[in-house]
Write a protein that binds this ligand. Structure first.
Ligand code: PHE
Length: 461
């Protein structure tokens, strides 16, 4: 333990909340949540998602923070330390390793997609959305995806922005960045909400997101809601555990996790309330656009609105900030591991991992043009495979193992010691959810996500 005495601690009590919310709030909230909600029955989906966050997301988040803070080290070392202190087999260490690797893999493609938002920000500034119709907007997007050098340029920019922050260290880089980024992000979000109320069809947006029809509740929807809850809270991988390692021991873990989950959910809902009214106020475009909602539909709406260029650029600036604070949390686990375990300097560690993720990310860049039809496994191309492997396999598996590990294996005194600032009743409910509900529910998502692939696989052979 002595080796990690100098391990950094956030300088302000609120930083963990900002940093973890920064990790949680990302493309998942602003790009994905609105369209999956649209595709899965609006209000019914929102309800299932909220239940998943409360009974599975929050318990697992608490478990992750607890392990990180207990050991005060990078996720790999943290799990090793906690296992040793609980007298457990070394096999459990796979949790730390899998988390750090999953974070690295996600980083490789997340920076490519986040790069598109940089391009759209410049387009909005240039007032290029003015008078755009559906076809023209689709063309802009298709041309971007076909243009490899431009994609690589934006990917390089995004990963460099990410590495730059981490080079300055935990307090001067990470902490300083999220303390500026998050308030600006919240302000921009409110500004856009106000714009949607003023320029959009707010009532239609509200109806779309919150109209509840019980007949829309479905098993498939529940699985998607649970999978999304995982991704959006950055769970099942090393990010939250790495941030937990910097949390002061005077913070109550349970209360903090609840706050982060609430903020993340609020941002997702407000993002929906800022986007759909604009979509409904623009003739000829539909909310069920799917993944193209942010890059194809929204520019048309901005192009038709008063002050569309100003608010369009504000919107993409918001997405950039949200994605940036997420990529930082994806790079930090591996950087912390290299600096603590192998005594790398933070600058070389950040550059090395960023370079690795960049190289791997080229595969994602090519997956949108030259490799589009190059199937690697089943009918998945390179990007499809990495996305599937992380979102559908590694994250839920990591979450499942974490729940079993902390719920059933880690010594109770150790858990009680870390959670001593939370109320006994809260801890009792948390422990029960973590032991019985979370593992079963995550297992269901895992199997549900794998089912189509397995069926395909066995059906073919
Ligand atoms: N939570 C982020 C989002 O919603 C994605 C993410 C996943 C970030 C895992 C870090 C770790 O976009």
């Amino acid at each position: 333990m002595k080796r990690f005495k100098q391990h950094a601690i956030w300088g302000h009590r609120g930083t963990f909340i900002l940093a973890a919310t920064g990790s949680a709030v990302g493309l998942g909230n602003i790009w994905k949540f609105p369209y999956v909600t649209g595709e899965n029955g609006g209000g019914a989906f929102v309800l299932m998602y909220l239940v998943c966050v409360a009974i599975i997301g929050i318990p697992i988040m608490i478990a992750e923070i607890l392990v990180g803070r207990r050991a005060r080290a990078n996720p790999i070392t943290s799990v090793q330390t906690v296992s040793r202190d609980s007298g457990l087999l070394r096999g459990w260490n796979v949790i730390g390793w899998m988390g750090v690797i999953a974070a690295f893999l996600i980083l490789s493609y997340y920076t490519v997609i986040a790069g598109w938002t940089l391009e759209y920000f410049t387009l909005a500034l240039d007032n290029r959305f003015a008078g755009l119709d559906g076809e023209a907007s689709g063309n802009i997007f298709d041309e971007l995806l076909a243009n490899r050098s431009q994609l690589v340029q934006w990917q390089t920019a995004f990963i460099s922005m990410t590495a730059l922050i981490l080079m300055f260290g935990v307090n001067k880089g990470l902490e300083a960045a999220v303390r500026v980024m998050m308030p600006v992000l919240f302000l921009l979000l409110l500004l856009l909400l106000a714009y949607a109320i003023y320029a959009g069809d707010f009532a239609a947006g509200l109806r779309f997101l919150f109209s509840f029809h019980p007949e829309d509740l479905s098993v498939r929807g529940a699985l998607i809601a649970l999978g999304h809850a995982f991704f959006t809270l950055s769970l099942g991988m090393a990010a939250i555990m790495a941030y937990g390692a910097y949390m002061p021991s005077t913070s109550a873990i349970g209360k903090t996790a609840v706050t982060v989950a609430l903020l993340d959910t609020t941002v997702a809902l407000v993002a929906g309330l800022a986007i759909f009214p604009l979509v409904f106020a623009t003739p000829d475009i539909t909310p069920s656009e799917g993944p193209g909602l942010m890059f194809v539909t929204l520019p048309i709406a901005f192009g038709a609105m008063p002050w569309g260029n100003v608010f369009g650029s504000a919107f993409f600036a918001l997405v950039i900030l949200a994605a940036w604070s997420s990529t930082i949390s994806l790079l930090e686990p591996a950087v912390a591991y290299l600096t603590e375990r192998f005594r790398f300097h933070r600058i070389s560690a950040s550059l090395l991992i960023a370079l690795g993720a960049w190289l791997l990310g080229l595969g994602t860049v090519f997956s949108f043009n030259v490799w589009v039809d190059k199937k690697i496994l089943w009918d998945l191309n390179f990007f499809g495979l990495i996305d599937f492997l992380t979102t559908n396999v590694m994250l839920p598996l990591g979450g499942l193992l974490t729940a079993i590990y902390v719920g059933w294996r880690v010594k109770r005194e150790l858990i009680e010691h870390e959670l001593k600032l939370d109320s006994t009743r809260f801890i009792r409910i948390w422990y029960w959810l973590l032991r019985y509900i979370s593992p079963l529910a995550v297992l269901a998502v895992l199997l549900g996500g794998l089912y189509p692939v397995l069926k395909n696989f066995f059906g073919e052979s």
